[in-house]
Write a protein that binds this ligand. Structure first.
Ligand SMILES: [Mn+2]
Length: 336
């Protein structure tokens, strides 16, 4: 019988029903521990220093030195953690039970260099190599989209060229911006140049906005990417698209990179480079839930900029999307 007062600190004690069934980390339930209490970790999971012993880990990469317009994404991981206090243990929609399936923790943030983007990329690559070396799947909280490049360097080191489900308003395949090769508009060009992607197994979903040329996505298509412009998504369920994406991805390793600006700025205004007429949160869920069954080896949610997120809803959405990503990882148990 747990001691009276043990509930003050221990999630295991406080979420008794679940923790009795689970040998995994179980966050404290808001039925017993006030949401607003405690140190803000992702999903109120325990914090640990390294990825040792984990099946998956939430990890922050707090940079915005790669942004081209509004800054602020360096505060993304903190705000996502704060808003994630709303998350509960089970996915009511898909009946996934992440805390009965995987050992998950929050492993804090990469120690970035806010003065030097190239050095930051090196630090990210090294940090993710260590995480991946333990067999842990990273669920990354950005940070601007530059971070996908060094993360994919580490991912490809381990798995070889990977498939990519890239959800975004922008292709992020520019060669050079303002004379710079590294920034949030160039990561996937760099990845292709370095052979990090299996280009026939890349899909870009939600692309839109004004372009620098009549066909802004010509380069993507020339690499063999499937490009799904937002017009193909309007007024539709994306479940049929995701059935095709699952066929495209096959059984090989897949990385999921989700830029919050893929969603319409009415739903997710807190971001650096918003574009009108975007995806709905429902379509965002359809895309992520449609990744169930894929061999996911890493996921990120990037470009949340809290200074432009006056209600917290962008970070709240991001927290939920990250939870949904966890719920489609391999070995997930579903009550279905
Ligand atoms: Mn992007």
């Amino acid at each position: 019988k747990p001691k009276k007062g043990a509930c003050m600190k221990s999630g295991k004690t406080c979420n008794k029903k679940l923790s009795e069934k689970s040998r995994y980390n179980v966050p404290p339930s808001a039925e017993f521990v006030a949401r607003v209490s405690g140190i803000a970790t992702m999903g109120k999971l325990p914090y640990q220093e390294t990825a040792n012993g984990l099946d998956a880990a939430f990890i922050g990469v707090p940079i915005d030195t790669g942004t081209s317009n509004r800054p602020g994404a360096r505060f993304g991981p903190r705000q996502i953690r704060a808003e994630s206090a709303m998350l509960r243990a089970y996915n009511s929609g898909t009946r996934a039970a992440p805390y009965e399936s995987l050992m998950v923790a929050d492993i804090g943030d990469v120690n970035v260099n806010v003065y030097d983007l190239k050095d930051t990329c090196k630090r990210i690559r090294e940090a993710f190599r260590s995480v991946l070396a333990t067999g842990c799947i990273p669920l990354t909280m950005g940070g601007d989209h530059t971070i996908a490049y060094p993360i994919l360097q580490a991912v490809a080191d381990k798995h070889g060229p990977v498939g990519l489900v890239h959800v975004d308003a922008h292709a992020d395949t520019s060669d050079v911006v303002l004379g710079e090769k590294i920034g949030h508009g160039t990561p996937f060009r760099r990845c292709v140049e370095e052979g990090l992607l299996d280009c026939k197994r890349v899909v870009q979903i939600g692309l839109r906005g004004t372009g620098y040329s009549p066909d802004a996505y010509e380069w993507s298509r020339a690499q063999g990417f499937r490009v799904v412009q937002v017009e193909e998504c309007w007024f539709k369920s994306l479940a049929p698209l995701m059935a095709e994406v699952r066929t495209q991805m096959g059984s090989g390793p897949v990385y999921l990179s989700f830029d919050i600006d893929a969603l319409d700025p009415a739903f997710a205004p807190g971001t650096g480079t918003p574009e009108i007429a975007g995806l709905t949160p429902i379509q965002g869920l359809e895309i992520i839930r449609g990744c169930r069954g894929l061999n996911l080896v890493g996921c990120d949610l990037v470009e949340v900029s809290p200074p432009y997120d006056t209600t917290g809803n962008t970070a709240l959405t991001a927290a939920n999307l990250l939870f949904e990503m966890m719920c489609v990882l391999p070995k997930m148990k579903y009550y279905d």
